[in-house]
Design a protein around this ligand. Structure first.
Ligand code: C2E
Ligand code: CA
Ligand code: CA
Length: 837
């Protein structure tokens, strides 16, 4: 696993963490920067706004004050009055005060305008000065109207002079002429006087127009000027005509007057032209030019400065708006950036998820599926993330383990754990294959079954350890002696099978002899030298069977024949007596039934005759046989006796019965368990030891166990039987004498045995009603038993009448079909339950 912790970026978790952290970092940074930016922008915007709110009214106040002051000035010029003068002074003062307030502002938009503000204050100051000067000008008429002097000093006196001279001329003529009116000179002078008068009237109108409300560009004024010139020319024309006349026709006085008139007219006209000039330049009235030249420019300049100020303030507004829009756009940009970044991260994340997890998973899944189908087309892909590599590595580990385990299991299922040789299943399989091949290519094969003759003895006397060691060595020797293609299998216990492919009977015989020879040498276990003889049975395909089962069975039979005939090996012989073959087959089947636990026990209840209570159960052997009619217990026992299997059978019965006895829920009704011992069991020295071990194993109290021995069993070797029974009784086990009445044991001998119960054989009990002889035997058996201090059991109680008679005779215990047949253990539990209730 250490090979995976090299680089954290090679792990999905690491990558995920990195991506998440960078994303979070980026978002925080953008949020932080945005906040700073927005804060500073809004702060400066707020500052600017408050400044603007402060400055704008000042600006407006200056504007209004200037406006009011100039209005007041105008009004004063039109008609001077004291209140307007005051308004002017106050308002101009206001404006100056306001502008001074401006100059002390600390706002950079204003500070940048400091020069302009200074100039504004100066402008306002000069506006005040000039305003006051203008008002003074207005107060003084002479200074107000510059043409007035000419009018007064030149025009008016010359007018008077002209008129006076004209009057003098007229008077002079009138004094000389009778009818002056008709006199052409008189008339000419009158005409001159008339034109003059018209000219003066026109001039007066002209002046009125100029000083009046009409401006100097009035078209009437030009007309007046033309008229004045025209009239002057007419006056001068008349005067020239007159002067051109003979001096004699004119009097002295008239000549004098004409000269005077001429001079006066010329002087007047010169003055008029001057006046016209003045009026032409609009200087005729001093306040207007003053207004135009001084006041208005200052006012304009003030206005411009104020406008500039406004613009500056407006600029701040604009800049604020610009900043705000920049802020909002950059916030928006940030927002979009974050959204786009997040979306791309999601997409990239999905890409990585798919690349690093989903696709690896699906590829691993495909690979695993192929793997499970043993398809090598989709090998396990290579990935670069730790997790996927871990997954694959875990998978590979698991696959290897599963493979190893599977192989081990397969091996275990097909091999014998002790010797490592193939077991029955594998043998069957190979045999079937060999037969199939034999059928295909017409080849033969041989099957041998081998059994070690003295193996049980070794096992029993020296222990399993020795037995096992010998089995292993036998396996080894067989393997060494045979070909590679031969199969050596251990079928169980001391039984081996040898499959020889491509082998006929002759060759099989050679192999058998070789095997026998191999096994002749002693086996050494823990420095003990032991000999194990073997019996072999051989069946050849297709001669002795055309399928695996019949070959195995026939090889088995042949092996028994070897054993029975005390030969090393024998071939299966179809010609052999069918009966003996059946018997051998039966023996063989029994061996298997015992070996593979296919035997059963049934239990027959024993009742107290007096109380009717359940007091015991007798275990009876049953061999259910699916194919054949079930063998009777007697038959099975004799089969076991003949084949030397009685001993393991007896132990199996004791073990199975005690195990069952321990399992039963006895519900407070203690009853004993009776087990039958075969005659040969009584020859077994180790019986006591085994029984004790089994009692301990199932924690059964020895007093609850009863062993039934037949009279005949005792008779085989009475002394040995006595010793064994005494040993058993010493353990606390009860002993019954079974089938009493069928044997010939002497009373003296029986007395020596530790018997506590006597069972009258069922042949007497069943027929005690019809056969008086048997009835008397039952009666005397009861008496005898009681005399010897034993309980009496009557077996074979098939009717109530028998039971009644037995009760009358004082029999203690009854057993028989009438009371209860032997039944399987679970049914017996129900019987216990009924009795307990
Ligand atoms: P046994 O020990 O005398 O067992 C009693 C036999 O009588 C049983 O026959 C039983 O089914 C049968 N029986 C019981 N009540 C009646 C009845 O009312 N009428 C008749 N006609 N028969 C009755 P089973 O089970 O066939 O056993 C036969 C014999 O086989 C036994 O005789 C016993 O000697 C032997 N046996 C049975 N099981 C074992 C065993 O586990 N070990 C040994 N060594 N021998 C056994
Ligand atoms: Ca019995
Ligand atoms: Ca019996």
């Amino acid at each position: 696993m250490t090979r995976f912790i090299s680089n954290p970026l090679h792990s999905l978790r690491g990558r995920y963490l990195l991506a998440t952290l960078s994303l979070a970092f980026l978002m925080l940074i953008s949020a932080w920067l945005t906040e700073i930016y927005v804060n500073s922008a809004s702060h400066s915007g707020h500052h600017n706004l408050s400044q603007r709110n402060h400055i704008l009214p000042i600006n407006r106040a200056i504007r209004y004050a200037v406006h009011d002051a100039v209005n007041a000035l105008n009004a004063y010029v039109l008609s001077p009055n004291e209140s307007m003068r005051q308004v002017f002074k106050t308002r101009i003062g206001d404006s100056i005060q306001a502008s001074q307030e401006l100059s002390i502002q600390n706002w950079h938009y204003i500070s940048e305008q400091a020069e302009d503000i200074k100039l504004l204050i100066a402008d306002l100051g000069s506006l005040r000065e000039h305003g006051i000067a203008l008002m003074q000008l207005r107060d003084n008429t002479e200074s107000l109207f510059p043409a007035m002097t000419l009018l007064r000093d030149v025009l008016t006196p010359n007018n008077v002079s002209f008129n006076t001279a004209a009057s003098l001329a007229h008077d002079d003529l009138a004094s000389e002429l009778f009818n002056p009116i008709d006199d052409p000179i008189y008339q000419k002078i009158s005409a001159a006087r008339q034109h003059w008068a018209n000219m003066i009237i026109t001039f007066r109108g002209y002046v009125a127009l100029l000083t009046g409300t009409f401006g100097p560009d009035n078209p009437d004024i030009l007309q007046q000027e033309k008229n004045i010139e025209l009239l002057y020319v007419q006056v001068m024309d008349v005067l020239h005509e007159l002067q051109a006349l003979d001096r004699n026709e004119l009097g002295f006085q008239t000549i004098e007057s004409l000269m005077q008139m001429h001079t006066a007219a010329q002087t007047w006209y010169q003055a008029y032209k001057h006046v016209r000039e003045i009026y032409g330049t609009s200087k005729w009235r001093a306040d207007a030019p003053y207004m135009h030249q001084k006041i208005f420019p200052i006012q304009n300049s003030i206005q411009q400065r104020l406008v500039r100020l406004d613009i500056a303030i407006e600029l701040s507004n604009k800049e604020d708006l610009g900043v705000l829009s920049k802020v909002s756009s950059s916030v928006l940009n940030t927002f979009w950036f974050v959204i786009i970044f997040t979306l791309s991260s999601i997409i990239i994340g999905y890409y990585f998820l798919s690349r690093n997890i989903l696709s690896p998973l699906s590829r691993i899944t495909t690979a695993l599926r192929s793997e499970s189908l043993k398809d090598t087309e989709n090998p396990l892909p290579q990935f670069n993330t730790i997790e996927t590599r871990q997954l694959i590595s875990a998978f590979l580990d698991m696959r290897d383990q599963v493979q190893t385990r599977q192989e081990a299991l397969e091996y275990q299922a097909l091999h014998d754990s002790l010797t490592g040789l193939p077991n029955r299943v594998l043998l069957q399989d190979r045999l079937q294959q060999t037969i199939a091949r034999g059928i295909r290519d017409n080849s033969t094969c041989a099957l041998m079954i081998m059994d070690l003759d003295r193996f049980k003895e070794i096992n029993d006397t020296l222990g399993h350890h020795f037995g096992d060691a010998i089995l292993q060595q036998v396996g080894l020797r067989l393997t060494n002696a045979l070909r590679e293609e031969d199969t050596i299998a251990r079928l169980g216990g001391d039984e081996f099978a040898i499959l020889l492919p491509n082998t006929d009977a002759a060759h099989a015989q050679l192999v058998a002899e070789k095997i026998i020879q191999e096994l002749e040498a002693p086996f050494t276990v823990d420095s003990h030298k032991l000999y194990a003889r073997a019996s072999l049975g051989i069946a050849v395909f297709p001669e002795h069977g055309d399928n695996s089962n019949s070959l195995i069975q026939h090889a088995d039979v042949a092996m028994y024949i070897s054993k029975a005939a005390n030969k090393h090996y024998s071939f299966y012989n179809t010609q052999q007596d069918q009966h003996s073959l059946d018997r051998l087959t039966r023996i063989n089947n029994f061996r298997h039934a015992l070996q593979y636990d296919r035997l059963e026990l049934h239990y027959q209840p024993k009742f107290s005759v007096h109380t009717g209570k359940l007091i015991g159960a007798e275990a009876l052997l049953r061999w259910p046989h699916p194919a054949q009619t079930p063998a009777s217990a007697m038959e099975t026992i004799s089969l076991a006796e003949q084949t030397g299997l009685i001993r393991p059978l007896t132990l199996w019965v004791i073990d199975a019965a005690l195990q069952q006895y321990a399992l039963w829920d006895k519900g407070g009704t203690p009853f004993s368990l009776s087990i039958n011992l075969s005659p040969s069991s009584l020859q077994d020295q180790s019986l006591e030891k085994h029984i004790k071990a089994i009692l301990d194993k199932y924690q059964v109290y020895p007093g609850n166990l009863r062993l039934e021995i037949t009279e005949n069993a005792l008779m085989t070797d009475p002394e040995r039987a006595r010793i064994i029974l005494t040993a058993l009784a010493t353990l606390g086990i009860n002993i019954s004498l079974d089938d009493f009445g069928t044997g010939y044991s002497s009373l003296a001998y029986l007395k020596q045995l530790p018997l506590s119960e006597l069972k009258i054989d069922k042949s007497f009990v069943i027929e005690m009603h019809t056969d008086e002889g048997k009835a008397s035997i039952v009666r005397s058996a009861i008496d005898l038993a009681h005399n010897l201090g034993m309980n009496v059991v009557a077996e074979g109680v098939e009717s109530q009448a028998t039971l009644d008679t037995l009760e009358r005779l004082g029999c203690d215990i009854a057993q028989g079909f009438h009371l209860g047949r032997p039944i399987p253990a679970d049914q017996f539990q129900e019987l216990i339950n009924c009795h307990a209730a």
